[in-house]
Design a protein around this ligand. Structure first.
Ligand code: MN
Length: 417
């Protein structure tokens, strides 16, 4: 399944409508980051640029222009194919291919990028440019986005330069039917990998064997790979929230917390499940797991228009406190933080932690995770159960088919040992 050029064209049109008249928007691709020697980390396109063009090739830029009358123009700039480069790296996109994917008919070589900016930007033109906020979360890297911003400030000292982050976020927050279908595909692939894990996990494997099983199935089913570093954390490892070493032995009697998701066509799934290494929950494990599961089921119903992540967090924290007090785990002097140190939800989309914040009122079509957890260090266990939810009335659970009840998990694992 691929997006058609109509999808990207519609995204640009929506953005152009939000741009002020007499403005230019410039979007740059991500840097290529050096690893060592002549090696680089795998390239990933800047998320907004992907959303607007579908072009995943490095050294790509987009210029959108709206003149004083409100007429709109689109230009995309790409690497000029170079025989020597292609000998090493394979074919690069030609102009027709870029037009086919993006739907933009003004495809130009990068060498004409600066000239086009000078042509379009007049003394009173508003310039939209992503600087450090080219990423949805803050980074402290001195990226090409921010150095380009400095260059523009020097060249056009009297023009107003504004970040398009807010108007881009408004668009990216609400997922279209095509995007939800793409995310469902990412979820379905993730679910297949999880089913394989359920039928293979057993004591004395290493966590990385589980990780390998996940990755094998992701690639086999056409995903780009992991949407984020997978967490495969058994026993006490699960109490480190971002444990990604995945190199311990799975011990008989331990729980195994897994948090992983496929990247499919630049859209992320984000799944967490907790299963017993030996296929059978102990009665204590059952008690704690069921507690988290009941809270998750209730919390999923909160993903309706008008609520916010902040409201969800508050409700889930209240429920969690009450339940933990009832079973005697949380005593008077203790803070919930000790057993539940993270929030319940984040936006999901092209970025696994997608654009948006905890104050944004939910609207139909927003996609978020619902992931309560419980971490008990002195019992060497961590539990997290996470599903991906589309806001609506009622909310749509993209992971409704992904096994999570105790009896279903035990049944899926019964032949393993
Ligand atoms: Mn998550």
């Amino acid at each position: 399944m691929d997006f058609t050029s109509a999808f990207f064209a519609k995204n640009r049109l929506n953005l152009l409508q939000k741009m002020k008249v007499n403005s230019v928007m410039i979007l740059l691709s991500n840097n290529q980051y050096p690893k060592n020697g002549d090696q680089q980390f795998a390239f990933r396109q800047q998320s907004d640029l992907y959303y607007l063009t579908g072009i995943t090739q490095e050294k790509t830029s987009l210029i959108l222009y709206k003149n004083k009358k409100g007429d709109v123009f689109e230009y995309i700039f790409i690497l000029k194919p170079d025989l020597r480069l292609e000998t090493w790296e394979g074919k690069k996109l030609n102009k027709i291919e870029v037009e086919t994917v993006s739907g933009i008919n003004q495809v130009l070589w990068n060498s004409s990028f600066d000239r086009k900016i000078f042509d379009l930007v007049k003394v009173d033109t508003l310039i939209y440019l992503l600087g450090e906020d080219a990423f949805s979360q803050t980074t402290n890297l001195n990226l090409k986005h921010s150095s380009f911003e400095k260059k523009l400030e020097n060249r056009f000292p009297n023009n107003k330069i504004e970040s398009p982050r807010q108007i881009l976020n408004q668009l990216r927050l609400i997922k279209s039917d095509e995007e939800i279908a793409m995310m469902q595909e990412a979820v379905d692939i993730t679910n297949e990998a999880y089913k394989k894990v359920l039928s293979t996990v057993r004591p004395n494997q290493k966590e990385y064997e589980v990780e390998a099983e996940i990755f094998y199935n992701f690639r086999r089913l056409g995903a780009n790979g992991h949407a984020y570093d997978p967490i495969v954390a058994s026993g006490i490892n699960a109490c480190s929230l971002h444990y990604i070493k995945n190199n311990s032995l799975l011990k008989n009697g331990d729980l195994l917390l897994m948090d992983f998701g496929a990247d499919y066509n630049y859209y992320a799934a984000d799944l967490s499940r907790t299963i017993p290494v030996n296929g059978k929950f102990s009665s204590r494990q059952k008690e704690l797991y069921q507690l988290v599961l009941e809270i998750q089921k209730k919390a999923i119903l909160l993903f309706v228009p008008g609520n916010t992540i902040k409201i969800v967090n508050k409700k889930v924290n209240q429920w969690m406190k009450k339940e933990l007090k009832e079973i005697g785990l949380l005593n008077k002097e203790e803070e919930l933080q000790k057993y539940y140190p993270h929030g319940t939800s984040h936006f999901l989309g092209i970025d696994v932690h997608d654009v948006g914040n905890i104050e944004i009122p939910f609207e139909k079509g927003m996609v978020l995770t619902c992931e309560p957890g419980l971490y008990v260090e002195n019992e060497a266990l961590g539990i997290r159960i996470e599903n991906d939810i589309v806001v609506g009335e009622p909310p749509l659970d993209l992971m409704s088919k992904t096994i999570r009840n105790i009896d279903e998990i035990e049944k899926a694992m019964e032949k393993n040992v």
